[in-house]
Design a protein around this ligand. Structure first.
Ligand code: SF4
Length: 411
């Protein structure tokens, strides 16, 4: 792509969009909480906000560039590959601005409606190398907002493929970021990947390695056929567990639970050493923590918040927001936790909440009388990297309202 059709650094229109961005996403109540050491008390209700929360640097940049794109090309058709970030409110704003969302298709997105005169925005998660190829052939303007932290993971996976290592990615195989990351192995012929969602799936890989090396396993290892079936959608097209688990490089989707990612990396290394010896591990196993600093900071902040006495946690973020799900999982280990997609999920009149349950069999649930109307109450709150401050503030106001307290509603 030429410099005029491929844009990675915005259009120098930051000043022109900042008032609109502020009007759409900043929140005075959150500013007030920050100014008061992240704590607000009204009557016998206290709300405590984690010290790191909400929009991360990658999301701020992606949303900023999307707004700049609209101003730069007022008359062009603008498309977006998937969602700019996983927040329904932000995506709705872009739709109001006339941005058209392309749907997923096979290994990438469906670019059928796009013509050379159009503009396509790529989200903070990035897109697959097949997508880049299609866009290059189309010749349209591409505004690439892929986060620098995601690019770092791509580089890592690319090096693994170059050196003949299979990338073992801790992530969700269907997530846009992981699809894009996994596709990087295709830059080298024979590049391979396998995606494990959690330690349970990593165990299946480790058992296979151990069994193949003729070592005893605690659990029966999967047969080759069962293994291929289990990871059919989570591994590269020609992945063969009998061939491609000898050299492994570990990476992670940037928004996973950092603690689990580190544990998986360490355990896979141990399994390699157990199966083939230390010398093999030193030569044919690599691991690199690719959790981004924004994710790490938000998880650290929530762990710090959970040291305080809390009666419940509210976590605000899209149901498909991976980093929000990680935050909710951390909270649920300690206190009753409600992962809500939007402040509207809190019904003040009926004292009800609609939320996503936590864990592998998650689903949406509703609960009434989730907050006691009287007595001392301490509520913790945090939000994923794609949640705007005004939405966090509105959730805080609704919690107070259930308790009969009106806080500043100029959100
Ligand atoms: S969560 Fe991390 S990787 Fe994703 S956009 Fe934000 S900073 Fe970038």
């Amino acid at each position: 792509m030429s410099d005029t059709t491929y844009v990675r650094k915005g259009f120098g229109l930051k000043a022109e969009v900042q008032d609109t961005l502020a009007a759409d996403y900043t929140g005075q109540l959150v500013d007030m909480l920050r100014a008061r050491e992240y704590t607000l008390t009204a009557g016998d209700t206290t709300v405590r906000l984690a010290k790191e929360f909400g929009f991360c640097y990658g999301v701020e940049r992606a949303v900023d560039y999307a707004y700049q794109t609209r101003i730069k090309f007022p008359d062009k058709r603008i498309f977006l590959a998937g969602e700019i970030i996983h927040n329904p409110h932000v995506n709705a704003k872009l739709r109001e601005m006339g941005v058209v969302f392309l749907s997923a298709s096979g290994k990438g997105f469906d670019y059928a409606p796009v013509e050379p005169a159009d503009v396509v925005i790529l989200p903070a998660f990035g897109v697959t190398i097949q997508d880049f190829q299609t866009l290059r052939e189309l010749g349209c303007v591409v505004v690439d907002t892929t986060c620098g932290s995601v690019l770092n993971v791509w580089k890592r996976v690319e090096v693994y493929a170059r050196d003949g290592f299979t990338s073992l990615i801790h992530g969700k195989y269907y997530h846009e970021e992981t699809r894009a990351t996994a596709s990087q192995v295709e830059k080298y012929p024979g590049g391979q990947y396998i995606v494990v969602r959690d330690m349970d799936e990593a165990d299946l890989v480790m058992d296979y390695i151990t069994h193949r090396a003729g070592r005893p396993t605690i659990r029966p290892a999967l047969t080759r056929v069962a293994f291929l079936d289990k990871f059919a959608r989570a591994a590269s097209d020609h992945f063969d567990p009998d061939v491609h688990l000898d050299r492994i490089g570990v990476a992670n989707q940037t928004t996973m639970l950092a603690r689990e990612s580190l544990a998986i990396g360490a355990a896979v290394g141990e399994a390699m050493a157990h199966a083939y010896g230390e010398a093999h591990r030193s030569e044919y196993f690599r691991t690199f923590d690719t959790i981004c600093s924004a994710t790490q900071d938000r998880q650290d902040a929530v762990v710090e918040l959970l040291r305080e006495p809390l009666d419940l946690m509210v976590v605000v973020g899209g149901y498909n927001s991976s980093n929000t799900i990680s935050l909710a999982a951390l909270c649920a280990e300690q206190v009753p936790t409600y992962h809500i997609a939007d402040p509207d999920d809190i019904d003040v009149e009926g004292n009800a909440v609609r939320f996503r349950t936590i864990g592998p069999h998650h689903h949406e649930e509703s609960l009434t009388d989730w907050i006691p109307r009287a007595g001392t109450l301490r509520v913790g709150i945090t939000a994923g990297a794609s949640t705007p401050n005004n939405k966090i503030g509105q959730a805080v106001a609704r919690v107070f309202a259930i308790r009969g307290e009106q806080v500043d509603t100029r959100l």
